[in-house]
Design a protein around this ligand. Structure first.
Ligand code: ZN
Length: 76
C-alpha cells in the first residue's frame, strides 16, 4: 500500500510514500483536521491513498498570482 502525493492544480505526481508513513509525514506535520483529511485525501482502490497537495511550480505561481487562491482548479 502506498500514498501518492499529487498536485491538486496540475495533477503532477509529486511522490509516493509507504502507507506507514502517513501519520508522521503528513497528518502530524500539516496538523490537518478530519474534515480536511476528507477534502485532501482520496481513498483509492486496493488500499492506496492519494493526497491532494501542491507542487513547487504551482506554489510559485500562487505566490505570484495570489488571486488564483480563490479558485480550486485554475488549470484545466
Ligand atoms: Zn502543480
Amino acid at each position: 500500500m502506498t500514498i501518492r502525493y499529487k498536485c491538486r492544480h496540475c495533477e503532477t505526481e509529486i511522490g509516493q510514500l509507504p502507507f506507514d508513513s502517513i501519520d508522521e509525514q503528513f497528518l502530524l506535520k500539516n496538523d490537518i483536521t478530519p474534515e480536511e483529511q476528507d477534502m485532501y485525501i482520496e481513498h483509492g482502490t486496493e488500499g492506496n491513498y492519494t493526497i491532494q497537495c501542491i507542487c513547487e511550480e504551482c506554489q510559485n505561481s500562487l505566490q505570484k498570482f495570489p488571486n488564483y487562491y480563490a479558485l480550486k482548479k485554475w488549470i484545466q
